[in-house]
Design a protein. Sequence first.
Length: 128
Amino acid sequence: MSSKRSKITPAEMAHHARRRIALIHDWTKDDTEESYLANEERQAAIERNFIAIGEAIKDLSRAVDLVSLDPQGPWREPAQFRDFLAHQYEEGVSHPDVWRTIHDDLPVLDAALARIEPLIGGPWREEG
């Protein structure tokens, strides 16, 4: 398996993060906190998507100056949350905190990404 990543544009990076945010929203829209906390499979899938979002934001921040583009954007937190989730064992992750992050923080991040998309050549559209 190759570890080389193809060069993707900042617009693609933002698109990938927003697509993962949409997946998390879709997968949890009918959940209550209790139903989410009872579903370990969903929790694992959500955490994996948070890791991917954090990676996309890290890549995006290396490609463009996010703070200059949108000083109010939550640009550090997704990368920090990614690092936390990627390096914690199961017992270190607070699933109620992940639930709150889904509802409190993801909409803010999605809105910030939407604001910068026109500034970075987006929104990105798949060809074909």
